[in-house]
Design a protein around this ligand. Structure first.
Ligand code: HEM
Length: 129
């Protein structure tokens, strides 16, 4: 490859944006069994988690009839499961040790909570009949 074509390649990559260059470079600098999670992805997931956690908190404290909060609680827990899933699609180690150490148990806990409320909802529906 001549200096000129290297220069042209750098200019083209530069024009397509720094984030794209970083993404392009990562495919050569990290092993394939490693997942780089961008900071924006972590932050937007955290924002989603925070929104749903706050809603859950309000619902759990609310004194409405029991059935409606249960449905909404299940909906928010599902949304949290989906948000967390976005961070962990491959199961490979990532550039966030905090995520590698805690995500699996976090997802498990949310899943247990949702299943418990779903069981509770079914039992209360049966006892109302
Ligand atoms: C209800 C649960 C959670 C809530 C409400 C929450 C909320 C947040 C918030 C508000 C931030 C700051 C984001 C920013 O800088 O804009 C943050 C950062 C972070 N959280 Fe969470 N989080 C939760 C669970 C978790 C879990 C389970 C993990 C790991 C498995 C995790 C990993 C991280 C990491 C790695 C950062 C740092 C992101 C950075 O580099 O700036 N969080 N979280």
């Amino acid at each position: 490859m001549t200096y000129r074509s290297v220069f042209v390649a750098i200019m083209v990559l530069g024009l397509s944006g720094c984030a794209d260059i970083a993404r392009w470079t990562r495919q050569y600098t990290y092993p394939p069994e490693f997942r780089y999670i961008e900071r924006d992805t972590v932050r937007s997931t955290m924002r989603d988690l925070a929104v749903h956690a706050r809603e859950l908190n309000d619902l759990i404290r609310s004194s409405d009839g029991p059935q409606r909060p249960r449905d909404e609680i299940i909906m928010h827990l599902r949304a949290m499961e989906q948000a967390a899933e976005k961070l962990d699609q491959s199961g490979w180690p990532t550039n966030h040790p905090l995520i590698d150490m805690n995500l699996a148990s976090f997802r498990r806990d949310i899943n247990f909570a949702r299943e418990a409320i779903e069981r509770d909802r079914q039992t209360s529906c049966l006892s109302d009949q």
